[in-house]
Ligand binder design. Structure first.
Ligand SMILES: [Zn+2]
Ligand SMILES: [Zn+2]
Length: 227
């Protein structure tokens, strides 16, 4: 991908993301590197999946938006999973070939970012959109222009077989609220009534085991490889 193409994508990403930060280009670069090493294109449909090792409410968590932008593995398509490990790595899976690649960010890059003025402002509680552009822009630019080998640790492709269940068009109305619900998400109540999770007395009283349909119909969380 050329720098010009990257900047066009990032313009779109910034509108979507909402503020200028380093996380967006960081995730974008990692996503592009993973696509290129796997030899696959940005996902138009459902064939790739992204496992992101970051969690929430910590620095650089924004990068998951950059990964979505680069790879097309969006939250809405159900192709991105957070693993909540608090680490800065992506495993990109190609479900067609059961091949995957893991890309992590070099610790030196993140350690330098933590010392940058942008992060000092964030640490002081300033929201990203309130940080002056002259403070935010250098980090953004640095993460666009830093060479891949200074930014990333790029693994070798490995086998990772994981298939989610097929897409479903199977729906019914909840017998309590009447709202249309995807059948494999519905629960069976004590009286045998078929209800949505929202109408179940408590979702915890109606675990997935009590769902109307069971087994492989569920979308199982992919099990990441041990590291
Ligand atoms: Zn951000
Ligand atoms: Zn309901």
């Amino acid at each position: 991908m050329t720098e010009q193409e990257m900047r066009e994508w990032l313009d779109l990403g910034l509108k979507f993301h909402g503020h200028l930060c380093g996380g967006l280009p960081l995730g974008f670069r990692v996503g592009v590197a993973a696509l290129e090493k796997l030899g696959v294109a940005r996902e138009p449909d459902y064939d790739l999946a992204a496992l992101v090792e970051t969690g929430e409410n910590h620095f650089a968590g924004c990068w998951a938006d950059g990964i979505m932008l680069a790879t097309g593995c969006t939250y809405g398509k159900g192709l991105i999973y957070k693993l909540f490990w608090g680490k800065f790595a992506l495993t990109l899976i190609d479900k067609r070939t059961s091949r995957a690649i893991r890309v992590s960010v070099r610790p030196e890059v993140l350690e330098a970012a933590l010392k940058a003025p942008f992060l000092n402002q964030r640490r002081a509680g300033v929201p990203p959109s309130k940080i002056a552009e002259e403070i935010a822009r250098p980090m953004f630019e640095r993460l666009i222009t830093i060479p891949d080998d200074e930014l990333l640790v790029l693994g070798e492709p490995f086998e990772f077989a994981w298939q989610p269940p097929a897409g479903t068009f199977d729906v019914m109305r909840c017998e309590s609220c009447g709202e249309l619900t995807v059948v494999r998400h519905m629960r069976v109540g004590p009286g045998g009534q078929r209800v949505c999770v929202g109408c179940a007395q408590s979702p915890f009283d109606y675990p997935r085991e009590l769902a109307l349909t069971r087994g492989p119909e569920f979308c199982q969380w992919p099990t990441p490889p041990k590291r």
